[in-house]
Design a protein around this ligand. Structure first.
Ligand code: PXL
Length: 279
């Protein structure tokens, strides 16, 4: 089979195991040809560190796309993550228009646990909702979903009817598949629920709810999901592969939680992911 080629557009946080430093190795391990587009270089990610450096590289984005077009390059997929400014969202939208053949996976990455990340506001959420409307698959968490929908964040105690409603309202942006991550119905399980707006079907995959939170696990989930989708796995299989991998990464890191609060030991679990993808 011809090797699948994916571009991934997000920052390069040199220390901290998130964004490109997880997306690139995960997608490579899954067998895809990876073309990373770093939107910025930071010394660390912004979750739990102070005083990080930040070099904005967004000015290069249009020129990279133009060069790739001149070279006649085509891509099977694109996965986007942390972008950082409304202007950058507009540049990514231009990539989507320039390379219409790509399967587009968008992780909004601007909020969690009911709160916006540092440097983001509600206007950004609205711009991100527009980008989500251009995507094939979107994977917000429930905080990002509520910001993009302009609805109140419901931290717990919701039911399936509520989640299905959120998914339908997200799909109304225009994406083919809306998925929400971090869904907890019963306290004991956590997982992802997805809605395919073409078939009207819902999909879900749950695992045990682990009482810990690590930075970068959303990026790990999205990278594995994007890889599986671009490889042509069914949505149900892609959700299972991505959730199982993320859970294994968290479990293997639990004994080192104190030193590894900034990110999970995703490298240790790459063999499991490779087996899951090829099995
Ligand atoms: O993991 C998401 C992410 C990516 N990149 C940077 C971040 C964050 C989350 O805070 O700060 C720079």
């Amino acid at each position: 089979m011809k090797q699948k080629r994916i571009m991934t557009i997000q920052d390069l946080s040199c220390f901290g195991k998130c964004s490109l430093t997880v997306a690139h190795p995960i997608l490579s391990a899954m067998g895809l040809e990876v073309c990373p587009i770093p939107t910025a270089v930071l010394s660390t990610h912004t979750g739990g560190f102070t005083g990080w450096t930040f070099r904005d590289l967004s000015a290069d984005l249009p020129a990279i796309a133009e060069h790739w077009k001149r070279e006649g390059l085509t891509f099977d997929g694109v996965s986007t993550g942390y972008l950082g400014s409304s202007e950058m969202i507009g540049m990514v939208a231009d990539y989507f228009r320039l390379f219409p053949e790509m399967v587009k996976i968008v992780d909004p990455v601007f909020a969690d646990n009911g709160k916006l990340y540092a440097g983001f506001d509600e206007a950004y959420a609205k711009e991100m909702a527009k980008l989500c409307g251009m995507a094939d698959v979107i994977v917000p968490n429930l905080t990002e979903a509520s910001y993009m929908l302009g609805e109140e964040y419901v931290p717990a105690g919701y039911d399936e009817a509520y989640i299905h409603g959120v998914l339908q309202r997200l799909a109304a942006f225009g994406c083919r598949v809306a998925a929400v991550t971090g869904v907890v119905y019963d306290g004991a399980h956590q997982g992802v629920v997805a809605y395919d707006s073409r078939s009207g079907e819902y999909f879900q995959y749950f695992r045990e709810n682990i009482d810990a939170s690590f930075h970068g696990t959303g990026d790990i989930f999205t990278s594995a999901l994007a890889g599986a989708v671009v490889l042509g796995k069914s949505l149900q299989d892609a959700l299972r592969i991505a959730v199982d991998y993320t859970v294994e990464c968290i479990k293997v890191t639990m004994p080192d939680k104190a030193e590894h609060w900034y990110g999970v030991r995703f490298e240790t679990c790459l063999p499991d992911l490779i087996r899951a993808v090829n099995g």
